[in-house]
Design a protein around this ligand. Structure first.
Ligand SMILES: NC(=O)c1ccc[n+]([C@@H]2O[C@H](COP(=O)([O-])OP(=O)(O)OC[C@H]3O[C@@H](n4cnc5c(N)ncnc54)[C@H](OP(=O)(O)O)[C@@H]3O)[C@@H](O)[C@H]2O)c1
Length: 223
């Protein structure tokens, strides 16, 4: 069988020393300006930036670029029930530069689909289950021209990519805080693997440090 292409996937996140990507109150402000510049540079090199629905509901990000010239890219949300507000920043902010794709399931309501499409949003359906089928979604996005995808969280969506061994590269900023809290979002949520052997293993390719921040880069370990 011919192998289906998938985008090259870079997981990018900032976390505390204790592995949280937001505090228990939902505060995600971990990056300093230097870190944002690096993230925006990465965004300028990809064809799509993806987040989970909760990140839209909690942070309402614009997912744009401030610091670099660029040709734009798709902003992509996974949202099984098309429940993000129609006036979210990823829909209303500069849609001609950063067109938006919402990935949903075959069960999504036709009325909601039409509503989003009337705002210029492209709807992509993947799978018939409760949640978007991430593995099936990858070749669909590739066919839409997304060869390089930046995965920007949150923890629940990160788990789906890790579970299906889809992450090719990781860029992780460790910010100089510890916040604790069992309800504070971890870098990777989900049910987790029973053993280390089941989880994908990564090869450390770069370590940078500055102003109490550490930036780690890993690549998928193919061995
Ligand atoms: N520090 C950082 O770098 C960083 C980056 C991003 C986010 N964050 C933080 O992360 C938090 C949000 O993370 P989160 O874990 O709550 O949610 P999330 O990963 O942003 O979104 C998860 C939601 O996406 C939807 N989804 C659809 N299909 C999915 C699939 N196959 N796999 C996983 N999710 C799927 C699900 O909702 P439906 O079932 O309704 O579709 C799911 O509940 C926020 O507090 C945000 O600030 C931090």
């Amino acid at each position: 069988m011919k192998e289906k292409h998938k985008p090259y996937i870079i997981l990018s996140a900032a976390m505390t020393i204790d592995g949280k990507i937001a505090s228990k109150g939902g505060d995600p402000n971990l990056s300093d300006e230097e870190d944002w510049k690096e993230v925006h540079k990465l965004r300028s090199q990809v064809d799509g930036v993806m987040v989970g629905k909760n990140t839209i509901l909690k942070d309402n990000p614009k997912l744009h670029i401030k610091f670099y010239k660029h040709r734009g890219y798709y902003r992509i949300v996974v949202d099984s029930h098309l429940s993000i507000p129609i006036d979210s920043n990823i829909i209303t902010f500069q849609p001609l530069i950063y067109p938006t794709i919402i990935c949903t399931t075959e069960n999504a309501s036709m009325d909601k689909i039409k509503n989003f499409e009337s705002k210029g949003v492209k709807i992509v359906k993947s799978g018939k289950g409760e949640r978007v089928d991430i593995s099936r979604l990858m070749p669909i996005l590739y066919e839409l021209g997304i060869q390089n995808l930046l995965l920007e969280g949150g923890g629940t969506l990160n788990w789906s990519f890790i579970k299906h061994n889809l992450v090719d590269e990781i860029r992780l900023t460790i910010a100089p805080w510890m916040v604790g809290g069992k309800n504070a979002t971890n870098l990777v949520e989900g049910t987790g693997f029973e053993t280390m052997a089941e989880g994908p293993k990564f090869k450390l390719i770069e370590v940078l440090s500055r102003d109490n921040y550490v930036v780690l880069k890993y690549k998928k370990n193919e061995l």
